[in-house]
Design a protein. Structure first.
Length: 40
């Protein structure tokens, strides 16, 4: 997996995939459910 993991309430929920250098609060992520769907 590439990207930084996103942890919510102690659970892995996705990964950060992109961010804007000029605006670090903005970016994109991929949910773990989507990762699992694409891997099967």
């Amino acid at each position: 997996m590439s990207g930084s993991p996103i942890i919510q309430d102690g659970r892995f929920v996705g990964a950060v995939t992109h961010m804007f250098v000029e605006e670090p609060k903005k970016g994109a992520a991929l949910a773990v459910a989507e990762m699992l769907r694409k891997s099967s």
